[in-house]
Write a protein that binds this ligand. Structure first.
Ligand code: 6PG
Length: 252
């Protein structure tokens, strides 16, 4: 696994850096595989990136007609709910870019968890190639965008929750720890899928993330269990941590 850590000044610079890398990943994937499959992060940090990508038809070099949009996780609410990651993406990216609607694979947050998870796993298996590794058969995404919570969670893989240790399923429904907001049950891609990706880009901004980042990217005591975001280590992919200065303040 190749790992790169890039620190920029502030969230606006983070979005610009991420947009350039998104476009590069898209171009590379289309050349190599004829298509660009990306799982988008939810939460608030990536919204500026998505707006950038949607402006004036998006960054040059993005073959939107060859782009397949997936979600790394979703809150279990209807798609028009204020907490819906799909709604955030629809308002920031989809509304302004020529991505064909058929290329957007929404997690059905309005359905019962198990049904929604199984349906999404089927959609992934039908849309993109699978890779067989030691523990199973997982969809290989060209790019996974991820955020990180203050507690070190990523997607909806939270410390201490069973979903974090799922090794067989591609998508699972999960509850959230009591401290998490919004206090809404989730759907999430599992670690094997994140670790099967060709490329992962983390977008992390703000001082509240500094302690968890230092635990993951600093010289954490090898005896401590890695935080969820620290367990994203694609076996043959590359991980880029894009951080703003506030989030990176605890790193040497
Ligand atoms: C979600 C996200 C989640 C998010 C982190 C960071 O559904 O909320 O997938 O993993 O990336 O919680 O969120 P912020 O970007 O809002 O800090």
């Amino acid at each position: 696994m190749a790992r790169e850590v890039v620190v920029v000044s502030d969230p606006a610079a983070l979005a610009r850096e991420a947009a350039g890398r998104f476009a590069a990943a898209a171009a590379e994937s289309v050349v190599a595989r004829g298509r660009f499959s990306v799982a988008l992060a939810g939460g608030s940090t990536p919204a500026t990136l998505y707006r950038l990508l949607a402006q004036n038809g998006g960054y040059e070099g993005i073959a939107w007609d060859r782009t397949l949009v997936f979600f790394g996780d979703e809150r279990r609410v209807p798609p028009d709910h204020p907490d819906s990651n799909y709604r955030m993406v629809a308002e920031t990216l989809l509304a302004g870019s020529p991505i064909p609607p058929a290329n957007v694979y929404r997690m059905a947050g309005e359905l019962p968890g198990e049904e929604a998870a199984a349906g999404y796993a089927r959609a992934l298996a039908q849309a993109i190639p699978m890779s067989r590794d030691a523990t199973g058969n997982f969809p290989v995404l060209d790019l996974v965008l991820l955020g990180m919570g203050d507690d070190g969670h990523t997607a909806s893989l939270f410390p201490g929750m069973p979903a974090l240790d799922e090794e067989q399923q591609v998508v699972v429904a999960t509850e959230v720890p009591a401290y998490v907001r919004p206090a809404v049950a989730r759907l999430t891609l599992t670690l094997p899928v994140l670790n099967a990706a060709h490329r992962v880009i983390f977008l992390v901004a703000g001082a509240a993330k500094a302690a968890s980042l230092a635990a993951i990217l600093g010289n954490a005591d090898p005896g401590t269990a890695p935080l969820p975001a620290g367990r994203v280590r694609p076996s043959s992919g590359a991980v880029t941590w894009l951080l703003d200065a506030a989030a990176a303040q605890g790193l040497k």
